[in-house]
Design a protein around this ligand. Structure first.
Ligand code: V47
Ligand code: SF4
Length: 368
């Protein structure tokens, strides 16, 4: 009903509705009209149409495990509540490979995917990460190792005085399968100068992913929204991801991350409303026509909003997680982890069919 032409004519979006129905690419200007449309449900209906065409009623999840190896980081991004300046600071930590293996062994189920990220530590050499990956690979030959953001890869390259391509090749040889999507934030230099001035530039972030894709690695991508960025800067971010995706099709999944404000040095005037989060997820689905999956990351969205996001263009729920620090230090009120059964119930509870997947979104249902 809500997808009817007359309805979209009445709100001035008939042309965009036609393009979405025909599967045609939207321009950034059209994206802006979707952000400015007074009817967020209409934008949601368009995104739901695209999502359903791609994935039917399926909603994906993975049995995974997150591990953060250190919170000591040279970058001090203003939005980050997780970072510590140095090892001596209260709450700072750094794990050994043995610690990481112990955490993995204590997971309630053998993880199909291990997601490891950390701060940009000033001293840890690349050999520390190679040894960590080799040790995990030896114990978990079937598990996908999705580790280290482009920001960490750039940091390792700088510390070692080598090119990021060489870092990727060495880590790949040690067992790295995939890069997670973190660190992208918002690409616009105006925003980066204020929220993450020491981090890789947007171009450098894209370049690390381009190199990973050229090596045959799949990666994810993110956008941190709801701080000081404008809607135009969100669209610029999405457009740049779409352009890179046209080159190699290496992105598997896009994760829109709503800014969580607690314990963060970055103060904002207008915190995100629930509807603005859903609208941003919907616009992301519509703009990123070449990225197959959109993640409703339940940890940062909250479970109820993540469920609603499945009707606004998202098709994935991430996974069991088990232990999460970055969002929880910033005030995430969700639990640390979820059981496979809990996730399936959440998905079924809003009328979708749960599909257990691997990191590349192959269904693993029949193996259960
Ligand atoms: O890069 C930091 C963000 C990211 C805050 O690839 C914050 O499958 C909100 O990238 N409020 C890390 N966000 C998380 C991430 C991720 C998560 C789940 C799955 C995948 C994947 C990737 O968290 C950081 C940064 O953008 N972040 N602080 C905050 N206060
Ligand atoms: Fe460091 Fe990442 Fe936090 Fe920035 S967001 S301070 S790079 S841990």
């Amino acid at each position: 009903m809500i997808f009817k032409t007359e309805y979209f004519e009445s709100i001035g979006l008939a042309d965009i509705r036609e393009k979405v129905a025909r599967g045609e690419r939207l321009t950034a200007e059209e994206g802006l009209r979707l952000f400015e449309c007074p009817e967020p449900l209409a934008v949601g209906a368009l995104a739901n149409f695209s999502r359903s065409r791609m994935h039917g009623q399926r909603a994906y999840y993975v049995v995974n495990r997150h591990v953060n190896y250190t919170n000591v980081c040279v970058n001090a991004c203003t939005f980050c509540a997780y970072q510590r300046e140095e090892e001596e600071q209260s709450g700072a930590f750094r794990l050994t490979t043995e610690d990481v293996l112990q955490k993995l062994a204590s997971s309630p189920a053998v993880p199909r995917e291990v997601h490891i990220v950390g701060g940009c530590h000033p001293k840890l050499p690349l050999t520390y990460f190679e040894e960590m990956l080799s040790a995990i690979r030896a114990e978990y030959p079937e598990t996908v190792l999705k580790c280290f953001t482009a920001v960490e890869i750039g940091h390792f390259a700088q510390l070692e005085g080598i090119d990021s391509r060489e870092v990727l090749e060495r880590l790949q040889r040690a067992g790295l399968d995939m890069l997670p999507g973190g660190g992208a934030e918002i690409f616009a230099p105006r925003v980066r100068e204020q929220v993450c001035p020491r981090k890789l530039t947007g171009d450098q972030w894209l370049d690390v992913h381009r190199k990973a894709h050229a090596l045959g690695m799949k990666t994810n991508c993110t956008m941190l929204f709801g701080h000081i960025e404008t809607r135009e800067e969100r669209l610029d971010h999405l457009t740049r991801l779409r352009e890179l995706q046209d080159e190699h099709h290496g992105f598997v999944c896009f994760i829109p991350l709503p800014f969580l404000t607690e314990n963060s040095a970055l103060r904002i005037d207008h915190p995100l409303t629930g509807l603005e989060k859903l609208r941003t997820i919907a616009v992301s689905r519509l703009m990123l026509d070449n990225v197959p999956h959109i993640k409703a990351y339940w940890v940062m969205l909250g479970v109820k909003e993540a469920q609603a996001a499945l009707k606004f263009g998202a098709d994935d729920f991430d996974g069991t997680v088990v232990e999460e620090k970055i969002g929880h230090e910033a005030g995430a009120s969700t639990s640390q982890g979820m059981t496979r059964e809990g996730i399936r119930e959440m998905i079924e509870g809003c009328g979708f069919s749960p599909v257990e997947r691997d990191s590349y979104f192959n269904s693993v249902e029949e193996q259960c």
